[in-house]
Design a protein around this ligand. Structure first.
Ligand SMILES: Nc1nc2c(ncn2[C@@H]2O[C@H](COP(=O)(O)OP(=O)(O)OP(=O)(O)O)[C@@H](O)[C@H]2O)c(=O)[nH]1
Length: 416
């Protein structure tokens, strides 16, 4: 034995180890069970304050009406230990039991059960006790008193039932009204919010629409300006082109002088003016002498340059109001407003001299170039430009016939 002082035997340590190995897990499990139980109890205590009622217990009330036998069986199934249920459930269970007892004529037992139920009312709030199922207590009490012929007490219980039921109904109605009011308020606010949201969306659309309209107006305005500018530029160009074309139609391309058509237009205008104002108006026709020979001897190009030079000399010699034009191959004409026959003849003479004295040697033409001139005045003919020019042409023919390079005035005895 190890009681003897000294080292304990090895078997002792084995026993201790066995004890620890077997009992410690058992002890631990017991501790866990204890904790679970205390947790259960605390949850039951908690449930006691809870007034929610299990649906199974509520269903017992329906069963009491329809099948008392089935109710009895159900009650047996349910655990009789009231500690498992909260106060509300226990109260209702007791009412169902009392109902069953009353139905089977066990009035005293029913009273006793109802007494137990009454004790629970201290745990239950008034609004729970006023609920129809809980109010069954008073009806059961009234029925019990009635069986015992204690009608005053039965009446008092019925009265209490009605009073509480009325209170319950009033509260329920008030709750319903309050709930409906709240719902109405909530719905109204939701609708208001929806309306505000819709208004905001509408405003955003309106703003966007206004911006789009503004942009479209700006675009249209820019388009209008661009179109106007393009139209203006095109019109200007067309106007210039038309002027160029008009000028081209009136101009002799070689000499840049007015052509025959343009001279006739101007001549008719000036004739009318002179007739109207009864002023002097004369015309000169000149034809370069032996021009065919120049063409033949010096080439067509050289002959063209001679034409250009004669045009230049003619232009230089005319007064600012006179018009010098090319009316045919080597034939030119001038219209001289406010010039009488002598003045016209003097201008023609000056030009004849200039042409004859001009040195064409730079074109290879060594001999002088000459021209024959015919001059006529408006008062010598019927006042029409065609007739005036024809008279000057006649006079020019006479100058040719007389030997060229001279100026001849029209005289009425010359054949028209
Ligand atoms: N280089 C050139 N020659 C032209 C032009 N127009 C006409 N001619 C020529 O001018 C010449 C005119 O000849 P004619 O009508 O016989 O006249 P002319 O030779 O001057 O004789 P007269 O008038 O009698 O002095 C022709 O040879 C035409 O070909 C032109 O624009 N350029």
């Amino acid at each position: 034995m190890w009681l003897i002082p000294g080292k304990p035997p090895r078997s002792f340590f084995c026993l201790v180890a066995l004890f620890i190995g077997c009992f410690i897990p058992v002890l631990a499990q017991e501790k866990i069970k204890g904790a679970e139980q205390s947790r259960k109890v605390s949850s039951i205590v908690k449930d006691k304050q809870n007034t929610s009622v299990n649906a199974k217990i509520l269903a017992l009330f329906e069963l009491a009406q329809t099948s008392p036998q089935a109710l009895e069986a159900q009650l047996e199934k349910l655990n009789d230990n009231l500690a498992l249920y909260n106060s509300a459930e226990s109260y209702l269970l007791l009412l169902v039991k009392a109902k069953l007892l009353l139905a089977s004529g066990k009035i005293d037992s029913a009273f006793s059960v109802l007494e137990s139920a009454k004790k629970l009312t201290t745990d239950l709030p008034e609004h729970v006790l006023n609920q129809p199922k809980f109010l069954q207590y008073h009806l059961l009490m009234a029925d019990s008193y009635a069986v015992k012929k204690q009608f005053d007490l039965a009446f008092a219980e019925k009265k209490e039932y009605l009073k509480r039921y009325e209170a319950y109904s009033d509260k329920k109605n008030a709750d319903t009204v309050s709930m409906l009011n709240k719902k109405y308020e909530t719905d109204r606010k939701l609708k208001e919010n929806e309306l505000i949201n819709n208004q905001n969306i509408l405003k955003q659309f309106q703003i966007r629409d206004a911006e789009n309209q503004k942009n479209a107006q700006q675009k249209n305005f820019i388009l209008l300006i661009v179109t106007t500018l393009v139209f203006f530029v095109l019109s200007l160009r067309q106007f210039k082109v038309r002027r160029v074309l008009q000028k081209m139609a009136q101009t002799d391309s070689l000499t840049k002088l007015l052509n025959r058509k343009a001279l006739f237009a101007q001549g008719q205008l000036q004739t009318s003016k002179a007739v109207e104002e009864q002023s002097e108006f004369s015309a000169i026709v000149l034809d370069i002498d032996f021009f065919k020979r120049i063409n033949d001897d010096y080439s067509h190009d050289i002959a063209d340059k001679v034409l250009q030079q004669v045009a230049k000399l003619g232009n230089e010699t005319m007064r600012s109001r006179d018009i010098f034009a090319r009316i045919g191959g080597e034939e030119f004409a001038a219209i001289l407003p406010e010039a009488n026959l002598d003045e016209a003849k003097a201008i023609a003479e000056r030009l004849r001299e200039k042409i004859f004295e001009y040195n064409f040697s730079h074109l290879g033409i060594e001999c002088p170039v000459s021209a024959s001139f015919g001059v006529a005045s408006l008062h010598q003919v019927i006042p029409q430009f065609e007739l005036l020019l024809h008279a000057a042409d006649k006079a020019m023919s006479v100058a040719k016939k007389k030997g060229c390079n001279q100026v001849v005035s029209f005289s009425p005895h010359q054949q028209m």
